[in-house]
Design a protein around this ligand. Structure first.
Ligand code: NAD
Ligand code: WQD
Length: 338
């Protein structure tokens, strides 16, 4: 079976993707520097699948470390998850974000060129649509002006991939634009383990529900949306992981430079998330309505038709599943991977 290198594969989305790839029969190699993860996630992936993963502790910017990985394994395709992703931190430390995110991409592309590896799938984000495009977002829309350095790193890396594919006729690239991944594997063995105060909504909700934090602040209830709170396209991380398997199957069979939205196409508001979480899990989530958060858009959701048409992929899990599985993970692992 083909060998897939997951750069940043010990993280939240990478670990779930590893499970789906292994269950489909692919061989998985992971390179991660654990800057936002731990090897425990991969140990659990192995337990869950009864398969083994070849694990390298490596900084993906480090070409010497990459050379060792590429020379020791005949890699068929790379999925590039490695990156820093906290929006607020990227505003405080833009240089660190540009250095880490862009260098990982350049080092991977250079090493792939050196070893003749021709297929790469990149973790991009809905954030590249920027502020001006109307929802639902379509892959044919132009990338917009991003509201923070994190978003700009994704936008710039998309440009780098497009230019590299134009210049190298044998290079195949798939840019996957994720919407808002939440949830966890239904076993409760792997999930999202943010360090410190969570930036994202669902980990904050679960930490309030479990008693680690006192109260969720819902950022703004005066948006032009049905209930005044922002709407997002929340996607179950296992559905998202399965989208990567479809993308791998496609890229191994087709020479391509393609962009796919990975979302459900259905927006839910922050209030709907909190209410659904409370209902399906029968727990209370203390919350108050506060001021808007700088940089938030009122609405963000995908047109997900292209992924269905070309990859034969669509989401299967419901918002109830997302809330149930997020809670199951949090309850079983109140302090993450320790
Ligand atoms: P994550 O932080 O859990 O995973 C990223 C992994 O990359 C971590 O394990 C981290 O240790 C590793 N990493 C970072 N820099 C590295 C480096 N220089 N060398 C080696 N490893 C490095 O985040 P995630 O939620 O799993 O996201 C995966 C990718 O998807 C990221 O690129 C992120 O920007 C992108 N993305 C995430 C979301 C989201 O909401 N989670 C949405 C859109 C796009
Ligand atoms: C969701 C909604 C908040 C926390 C970010 C990145 C995006 C992508 C996904 C990587 C918003 C509200 C949140 C809280 C709240 N990441 N909220 N109280 O901002 O849609 O997207 O993660 O690429 O690029 O920007 O996700 O989970 O932070 O927020 O009311 O304590 O929840 O205002 O409406 P966001 P999020």
């Amino acid at each position: 079976m083909p060998k897939i290198l997951l750069a940043g594969g010990a993280g939240y989305i990478g670990s779930h993707t590893a499970v789906e790839l292994l269950n489909t029969g692919y061989e998985v190699i992971v390179a991660d520097n654990y800057s936002n993860s731990s090897s425990e996630a991969i140990r659990r992936v192995e337990l869950l699948t009864s398969k083994s993963v070849k694990l390298y502790q490596a900084d993906v910017r480090d070409k010497k470390a990459l050379s060792e990985i590429f020379s020791g394994n005949k890699i068929d395709a790379v999925i590039h998850f490695a990156g820093l992703k906290a929006v607020g931190e990227s505003v405080e430390k833009p240089i660190m974000y540009y250095r880490n995110n862009i260098d990982t991409t350049l080092s991977l592309l250079e090493t792939m060129q050196e070893y003749g590896v021709k297929n790469i799938i990149f973790s991009s984000s809905a954030t590249v649509y920027g502020e001006a495009n109307p929802v639902p977002y379509l892959e044919t829309m132009k990338r917009g002006a991003c509201t923070n350095p994190y978003g700009w790193t994704k936008s710039m890396m998309e440009q780098i991939f497009e230019d590299a594919a134009k210049a190298d006729k044998k290079l195949s690239v798939i840019l996957l634009r994720y919407f808002n991944p939440i949830g966890a594997h239904e076993s409760g063995m792997i999930g999202e383990a943010p360090q410190g105060i969570p930036n994202n909504l669902m980990p904050y909700v679960t930490q309030v529900a479990v008693g680690k934090r006192e109260c969720l602040t819902i950022f703004g209830n005066d948006y032009p949306t049905p209930d005044g709170t922002c709407t997002r396209d929340y996607i179950h991380v296992v559905d998202l992981a399965k989208g990567h398997v479809k993308a791998i199957e496609y890229i191994l069979d087709n020479h391509c430079m393609e962009i796919f939205n990975l979302g459900t196409g259905t927006p839910y508001s922050v209030t709907e998330i909190v209410e659904t979480f409370e209902r399906v899990n029968n727990v209370k989530v203390n919350h108050v309505y506060g001021a808007r958060r700088a940089g938030d858009l009122a609405e963000c959701y995908a047109n997900a038709d292209k992924a269905l048409k070309v990859l034969g992929w669509k989401t299967e899990k419901t918002l109830e599943d997302m809330c149930r599985d997020s809670w199951n993970w949090q309850k079983n692992n109140p302090d993450g991977y320790i």
